[in-house]
Write a protein that binds this ligand. Sequence first.
Ligand SMILES: *Cc1c(COP(=O)(O)O)cnc(C)c1O
Length: 272
Amino acid sequence: MSTNSLTYTADRADQLARGYQRVVERIRAAEQDTSGARSAQSETVQLVTVTKFFPASDVMALYDAGVRLFGENRDQEAAPKAALVSESVPFHDPARWAFIGQLQTNKAKSVVRYAQQVQSVDRPSLADALAKAYARQVERFETEQAPAPAAYKAGKLECLIQVSLAQGQATAGHASTGARGGADPEQVLALAEHIENYEQLHCAGVMAVAPLGSEPDMVFEKLWNISQILRESFPQATQISAGMSGDLEAAIRWGSTCVRVGSDIMGPRPSA
Ligand SMILES: *Cc1c(COP(=O)(O)O)cnc(C)c1O
């Protein structure tokens, strides 16, 4: 299957739609569990369909089945995919993209073009780069007829602070946490303040990936507690992005408002 084609087979579309539906049913069932932080008043959980490693034609098939919210973790892959999809869907009903991966500051310029939300802000320098890139894209839109940044209608780029929940971690910052990244829990408040100081950015909450081999309920309860502390100072920062194919039930039990699911919808990742 060519990545510059948006054509998909009926079989693949059916497989994707069924995978998506299955995950929605898991989420709806998990929302009933109030043994952790959830209550009857908790909001419904959003589903970000993670399409990394899969072609734009799969995104198109899901879009045609009604899915609008997608996630990607590498700009090199996401930028062309998002561009292809946006060329073939109605302007008034775009696919929306959440960026969920480790991000180098020099990619900020590209990411603000297609991402409505960056869930993986883990350091002040990345917030600096995103604010600058967003402002520059707005300026180019207004003066050079360049496309508006994806978050233009919302007025700000939504940021989640990615928190590292690795156990026994050194205090040396995100360099100590390996490839999965994230800010140390004690850096969250300062980073939220740094983000909110930019008129281009809004800190909407926290995000985390459970470390390999960790106990999901312990990890997600810890994230819930961090989120509660953040909300005392930033009441608007209500989002918790947690839970993937293997651990979404535990994440939802501990107050996740957004799960990011790839393989259970898309199927096993194609080998490179
Ligand atoms: C790939 C990825 C996911 C989805 O993982 P699955 O196990 O395939 O559901 C979620 N979050 C992040 C940050 C990812 O990189």
